[in-house]
Design a binder for this molecule. Structure first.
Ligand SMILES: Cc1ncc(COP(=O)(O)O)c(C=O)c1O
Length: 350
């Protein structure tokens, strides 16, 4: 149990939960690091805390200043929580196609929100460039830059991974993670590989993201789109560059419907969409490698952040997805025959 002086002191030290249903079905132990327990409700609280604390220590950021960041939402919420703890203001620049659930939380935490049209990265009005420009224009603003500022991956290297290592008694076979900035997979995989180079690191990628294709061919190419938010990227950024990856798998949104309903109905866990992708990829790893594996992944946030998309039948139908989950046996069968769709990654970033 933590005793904190400020709310940001309560970030981290999250619990680890074995998912009973899928563990029993696969004969593996599939663990979820419960990052929804952070005060801002997601794994991005960790990056927010490290980004702000490192900048304050360097003297770049002082009480009374405004933190500016381009965000899909969760980083904005995390930064708003940490900003308040240190007497800072928060301005989040967010594309206006993300779930309103996250916009609301930024405002509830006292953050200011600037919603912009979603445009490709090369467009100067992309949320990333808009945040940078706003911060450059004003002396009292500081740009967090979660993509290139490696305090992000450092949060996971210094805290998340050592917590998991201790909770798992240093006994991990497979580590599975999605990637947005790559801070999570970067910091955790670096730590795990230093402890035990045989730990098998899996990246889970949604449609619409170029990471899987980058790891396969060296080019960022994407196919289709995804309802997931905050994950997938079309460029190589400094936090992702730290990642040590052995396997990558691309899985479709329809599988997130199946996994999220199965885990909700059997275990009472309401996964957010990126977490459903993590669990789907953990299942793919379990079925490829066979019984007895100890697999760890994240519940990055809870399904309440995805309520208007993943758990909304009307929205799903609008994306030509079925709100009806596939039978779990059928999904198992498909995952058993993923074959070379599970990429053996040879990308070397040493
Ligand atoms: C719900 C959720 N999951 C996963 C991620 C990806 O984490 P990272 O940026 O560390 O790669 C994000 C990032 O915003 C997120 O909001």
């Amino acid at each position: 149990m933590l005793v904190g002086e400020r709310q940001s002191d309560l970030i981290g030290q999250t619990d680890l939960l074995r998912i009973p249903s899928l563990s029993d079905l696969t004969g593996c132990d599939i663990f979820l690091k419960c990052e929804f327990q952070n005060p801002g409700g997601s794994i991005k609280d960790r990056a927010a805390k490290q980004l702000i604390e490192d900048a304050m220590e360097r003297g770049e950021l002082k009480p009374g200043m405004t933190v500016v960041e381009g965000t899909a939402g969760n980083t904005g919420i995390g930064l708003a929580v940490v900003a308040k703890a240190y007497g800072l203001n928060m301005l989040a620049v967010m594309p206006n196609d993300q779930t309103p659930e996250k916009e609301r939380m930024i405002r509830l935490h006292g953050g200011e929100l600037m919603a912009v049209d979603p445009v490709p990265f090369k467009n100067e009005n992309h949320f990333y460039h808009t945040a940078r420009r706003l911060a450059e224009e004003r002396d009292d603003c500081w740009w967090a830059n979660q993509f290139e500022n490696t305090s992000n991956a450092r949060a996971h290297y210094l805290h998340t991974a050592p917590e998991i290592w201790e909770q798992m008694n240093g006994n991990i076979d497979v580590f599975v993670s999605v990637a947005g900035t790559g801070g999570t997979i970067g910091g955790n995989s670096k730590f795990f590989k230093e402890q035990d180079s045989t730990i098998d690191v899996w990246l889970a990628d949604p449609d619409g993201s170029g990471i899987y294709e980058f790891l396969k061919t060296g080019e960022y190419v994407s196919h289709g789109g995804s309802m997931t938010e905050g994950i997938g990227i079309m460029r190589l950024v400094d936090n992702f560059k730290q990642a040590k990856i052995d396997h990558a798998v691309n899985l479709p949104d329809q599988d997130l419907v199946t996994i999220s309903r199965y885990v909700r109905d059997h275990d009472g866990i309401v996964l957010g969409s990126s977490s459903a992708l993590n669990v789907a990829a953990a299942l793919a790893a379990a079925l490829k490698k066979g019984a007895g594996q100890r697999i760890v992944t994240f519940a990055c946030d809870l399904g309440e952040r995805s309520a208007s998309k993943l758990y909304n039948p009307e929205y799903l139908r609008g994306r030509e997805l079925s709100p009806e989950p596939e039978a779990i046996d059928a999904l198992f069968e498909r995952y058993r025959s993923l074959g070379d769709k599970v990429l053996n990654v040879s990308w070397n970033n040493d």
